[in-house]
Write a protein that binds this ligand. Sequence first.
Ligand SMILES: NC(=O)c1ccc[n+]([C@@H]2O[C@H](COP(=O)([O-])OP(=O)(O)OC[C@H]3O[C@@H](n4cnc5c(N)ncnc54)[C@H](OP(=O)(O)O)[C@@H]3O)[C@@H](O)[C@H]2O)c1
Length: 392
Amino acid sequence: MALQTTFLPSTLTVHKEAKLGIKDSSFVGISLAGHAKADFVAPLRSKKLCMPVVIKAQSTAVAAPGLTNSSLDGKKVLRKGVVVVTGASSGLGLAAAKALAETGKWHVIMACRDFLKTEKAAKSAGIPKENYSIMHLDLASLDSVRQFVENFRRSGMALDVLVCNAAIYRPTAKTPTYTADGIEMSVGVNHLGHFLLARLMLEDLKKSDYPSKRLIIVGSITGNDNTLAGNIPPKAGLGDLRGLAAGLNSHHSSMIDGGSFDGAKAYKDSKICNMLTMQEFHRRFHEETGITFASLYPGCIATTGLFREHIPLFRALFPPFQKYITKGFVSEAESGKRLAQVVSDPSLTKSGVYWSWNKDSASFENQLSQEASDAEKARKLWEVSEKLVGLA
Ligand SMILES: NC(=O)c1ccc[n+]([C@@H]2O[C@H](COP(=O)([O-])OP(=O)(O)OC[C@H]3O[C@@H](n4cnc5c(N)ncnc54)[C@H](OP(=O)(O)O)[C@@H]3O)[C@@H](O)[C@H]2O)c1
């Protein structure tokens, strides 16, 4: 059920004196040099917070979240970027939230289904208190997604980057479970919840005056059968989308391709959907909006909660196997830096790209498999998904 109050009270404050230290003086292509003495102005959109607040800038200051880039006296104003990260309570999302918040240049909205878990995680990761807020979002409920968007808008903050990161993986499940809307859980959470969120928040991204606005949907190698990992059975495959079109709402029709339920395949299918959706966003909206749409494979982060439903033996052996045999292992901290790069690195502004990293942790544009880059399938997926989330 969607919650009405979404912010932890202590987190929704606009600081009158911004003394947030950043050591370097540039971010997302804007240099603070020459603006060191500028005042920052905070004309927030929401009524509760809409008193314009002049923030005295120190030479090392950035403004509080949600401020615009134009000041009352016409001076160019710099501000923190606002990034929403879904599933920031653990693993990749938490590590990325930490990496971004620690720069002092970002205010991270941790969009999560469990407040207490997220607050505890943020505290124990040492994420600076002033650089994050927690808002309730349960991707297994379309109402909750809509409520989240409404609450975010009510906060008055701008949206500069949206990261669709949350996911569940149910490799040992023998039967499907369902979202609040009666849709198979893996596709419901990983794809459809994010699809609705991204579609709604596109309007917020369009309004942002941030120099580089981005919408990122985390993908995976497992949905790409042009890789070794993508060929481990059960292989991903959406077929002609007949199961999805039928609503993924019964034991007889719980897989996108209409086949019988397979929890591991349902996850992999949802990841193809994520990568197809990113490309369809790019085709439909990049030129018109200038928003960068991107996906990524952060590497095999074998220690995260994603594998929580796997058998204990797998959980014990998977990390050393990835570390010492495949050498594909990536730590949570490293994966967080990679996602943070896709959020904020001025050199990663190309849209429609699926980023990966080589052994030296250098980013490169990766190739998607034939199915994960099938434009016709992406169009059809978009249309069927629109119907399922009530947008068409
Ligand atoms: N781990 C890997 O090797 C790997 C490799 C490639 C790609 N990825 C991708 O990386 C992303 C993050 O995965 P991870 O490895 O970091 O796993 P993780 O630690 O399990 O994190 C998943 C996050 O999703 C959240 N979540 C699950 N169901 C949700 C729901 N209904 N509503 C809102 N949030 C929900 C979880 O929240 P709770 O804490 O409340 O459960 C958690 O914060 C996923 O998109 C995954 O596909 C991971």
